[in-house]
Design a protein around this ligand. Sequence first.
Ligand code: M1P
Length: 237
Amino acid sequence: MAVFVFDMDGTLTPARLPMESLFALRFLPWLKKNKAFIATGSNIEKVKEQLPEDILEAFSGIYCAMGNDLWAKGNWVYHKDFEPEKELMEKLEEFRKNTKYPYSVYDNYIEKRTGMINFSVLGRDCPYRERERYYGWDLKSHEREAIQHELSAIFPQYDFVLGGTISIDIVKKGCGKGQIADDLRQKFPKEKIIFFGDKTYPGGNDYELAFALRKMENTQVVQVENPNQVLRFLEIV
Ligand code: M1P
């Protein structure tokens, strides 16, 4: 029997929004009959905000914070934390202070999660519509990419991965989504592992996991554009 792994934002739900009820209705019966995991950069609080309880319960495990946190059936299975250097935190403050973004910025711009930091010049407490505005501006200004390059040069001991639309995920080298592939292969040495993500291409935040899985035998990576494509692939539409 195969083991299924799903990214959350953009794959099972629209980015940072709750799972659509029609999707949940179709997905739940399939989920109850299969072994499936979530692999997300988000923390468990956000996962709980976005997924209905019966869906959460039906997953065999939920890898949060890039796999630095594993939850199963409401229990915290493991966590790998770290304390970021003062110099890194100061540099993030500097980027926030010196941004050329011409509109308002919001609080919660450095979010510490288990084993990672999520940094957003805009601030995670922004209203939803402000995400779109920042994303559009970032596509033209390439602010996140510039920050990513500068930070990678100064702090080679970390990986800086562009998050969804407004942020950068920061992890210690080797502690990104790729570690989920190793943990799953240890748990399931023989089973086929099938991973669904909306950003499995280079530069996307599912890439590291997709890359690690592609190097292993008996795996499959499915690039999707939205939750409906997941249903279509699983033939439950
Ligand atoms: O799950 C994808 C990403 O979702 C959010 O990104 P953003 O806020 O930039 O859209 C973050 O939770 C990020 O950590 C995560 O990788």
